[in-house]
Design a binder for this molecule. Structure first.
Ligand code: ADP
Ligand code: SF4
Ligand code: MG
Length: 345
């Protein structure tokens, strides 16, 4: 990150109101005959204009459910959502489905992992982009078309005039994800939520898409929530990182602090599993041992205890609270752990 961009995000954080304030968000799924399942519990975080906030953790830790709850996209039945998601003074969780539909696309847009499932296979790419502009900006098709061409160009799709007429299956995976980003940007949303946007892409294309997102956020002051299971992805992109485990935030820190001094044993394990350029080919990475299914209930333990090499007795009897810890000048550091990794480690 350059000095200028660091200053921009610092200013954004100190001098402006948050664009989105998520407060105590919880999502519980209920199925008849089964115990209620707490997919997300007490999650709180802020997003400032122009800031990129990461939600990171292994599959199943509640990243998508958090974002779907904020976007009003969870299934209508079988779940309870509590807490607040205040976007510019309006609690999105209290909006009617129609009010939320109007907001989606206009103020808040989302990019998913699999662009094919988000694009309509029988409608040309260009038409899908112009439709968003017609619906949310009241433009005519004629007015929207040159803007769609500009957008495709902006997201790095070569020969946009030709591509506009093509169908999703005619584009490569990377180009489809670019088209989806163009659709998400068609109404200049203030907040973009990207849920594992590069997971299905090969590494080179992944790097290109991440650079594109970074540039777009910097140029337009859009706020970005970046959801990923891969701490490597947040390395070059996020200002602030929230690490989730078992539906709860277990650590929050400025990206630099998190990478330099991870304090939570789970974060430490995730960092150790990032492939390094200097690691020998075929060398086994060091993933967090065990699986997310080996959880203890948060209400009287640390859910991570069965997998944690730092676990002490209290970890199996008492829930650790998310507490402010030393360090973190710009982003207060938060940690939920009875026996953290020492700062010197
Ligand atoms: N509609 C649903 N009904 C029941 N359980 C769900 C539903 N959607 C997600 N879950 C469960 O909630 C947990 C969190 O899921 P999710 O947020 O998708 O994880 P991820 O972090 O991989 O995005 C998982 O255990 C998942 O099985
Ligand atoms: S609370 Fe205990 S089990 Fe949980 S991460 Fe910290 S040391 Fe490990
Ligand atoms: Mg997910």
């Amino acid at each position: 990150m350059t000095a200028t961009t660091t200053r921009t995000s610092r200013d954004a954080r100190t001098s402006r109101e948050p664009l989105l304030q998520v407060r105590d968000l919880s999502v519980t799924f209920r199925r008849s005959g089964e115990e209620p399942f707490h997919a997300v519990s007490g999650v709180s975080f802020d997003v400032q204009p122009g800031q990129t906030v990461g939600l990171v953790g292994e599959s199943g830790c509640g990243k998508s459910v958090t974002s779907l709850a904020i976007m009003g996209l969870l299934p209508k039945r079988g779940n309870t959502v509590t807490g607040e998601a205040v976007f510019e003074g309006t609690d999105l969780l209290k909006l009617s489905p129609k009010q939320m539909r109007d907001r989606r696309g206009r103020d808040v847009a989302m990019i998913f992992q699999d662009p094919l499932s988000s694009l309509n296979p029988v409608v040309p790419i260009g038409r899908q982009v112009t439709e968003v502009m017609e619906r949310h900006q009241g433009l005519s098709r004629k007015e929207a078309e040159p803007k769609a061409r500009e957008l495709l160009d902006k997201v790095g799709i070569p020969d946009p005039s030709r591509r506009l007429k093509e169908y999703p299956h005619q584009l490569s995976g990377g180009m489809r994800q670019r088209a989806l980003i163009a659709m998400a940007l068609a109404c200049a949303p203030r907040l973009l939520i990207a849920d594992e946007p590069t997971t299905a892409l090969d590494v080179t294309i992944q790097a290109q898409i991440l650079t594109l997102l970074k540039d777009l956020v910097q140029d337009s002051d859009t706020a970005l929530i970046m959801i990923t299971h891969d701490l490597g992805v947040v390395a070059g992109l996020c200002d602030e990182v929230n690490v989730l485990y078992g539906g709860r935030i277990v650590e929050r820190a400025d990206r630099h602090d998190l990478f330099a001094r991870p304090r939570h044993p789970y974060t430490h394990g995730l960092l150790a599993s990032i492939p390094r350029l200097d690691s020998a080919r075929g060398e086994r990475l060091n993933p967090v041992p065990g699986s997310v299914a080996d959880n203890l209930p948060w209400d009287h333990a640390c859910a991570f205890a069965p997998r944690c090499s730092n676990a002490v007795e209290a970890c199996r009897t008492t829930q650790p609270e998310l507490e402010r810890i030393e360090g973190g000048v710009e982003t207060p550091r938060l940690l939920r752990c009875h026996n953290p990794i020492s700062e010197e480690a």
